[in-house]
Design a protein around this ligand. Structure first.
Ligand code: PCA
Length: 194
């Protein structure tokens, strides 16, 4: 079987849970051709990437999918691109708040995802779960993580992408949300489409 590292984040920004890790935890240990390794990642610039890269190297992952919360989005949104920019409007979980500094000094301006995000999104939409391709993962820790992973595994057999997911109903009264089980189902469908 092929090896997939799938990651979710710890809570941040005053939230008590992060639907990304909650959904990843619900996934079966095998999906399609992949056996899954799941880890929870800190919401800390640099540390998130170090954690994921170390694990992906150790297990010699064929694919890496990082999942994160994008509060306010209505659907499951695979990210097409990551940019070499850190700009935090709130501090990360260790108090860092970088403003307009690169993720990697001298790195490419941007990287495209190396997993088939358009195909993955289409499969999720076909199952009648709200989903669209996103063209910005922001400039916070999620972008930082996927930029670093794409940089590290450029021109290797390890393919990667990021998927942002909405709040779950327990987190909000006035923002869009999606049931946790639906988010997990969407991730499963996306993985099957790779
Ligand atoms: N979402 C944040 C960081 C952690 C998470 O789940 C982001 O979109 O950058």
């Amino acid at each position: 079987m092929k090896k997939l590292l799938i990651t979710g984040f710890e809570p941040f920004g005053g939230e008590k849970i992060n639907p990304s890790w909650e959904a990843v935890k619900l996934l079966p240990d095998e999906i399609g051709d992949f056996s899954l390794t799941k880890i929870e990642v800190p919401v800390v610039f640099g540390k998130a990437a170090d954690t994921v890269i170390e694990k992906a190297e150790e297990m010699n992952a064929d694919a890496v999918i990082c999942v994160g919360q994008a509060g306010g989005r209505t659907g499951v949104t695979p990210e097409m691109v990551a940019v070499n920019l850190r700009f935090a409007s709130i501090p990360d979980n260790e108090g860092n708040q970088p403003k307009d500094v690169p993720v990697i000094e001298g790195g490419e301006n941007a990287y495209f995802s190396t997993l088939p995000v358009r195909k993955m999104t289409a499969a999720v939409s076909e199952a009648e779960i709200t989903s669209s391709v996103s063209y910005s993962a922001g400039t916070y820790v999620c972008n930082d993580l996927i930029y670093s992973v794409l940089h590290r595994f450029k021109n290797t057999g390890t393919k990667a992408c990021f998927i942002h997911v909405p709040f779950i109903p327990e987190q909000t009264t006035d923002k869009p949300s999606m049931e946790l089980e639906t988010i997990a189902k969407a991730l499963e469908i996306a993985i099957k489409a790779i």
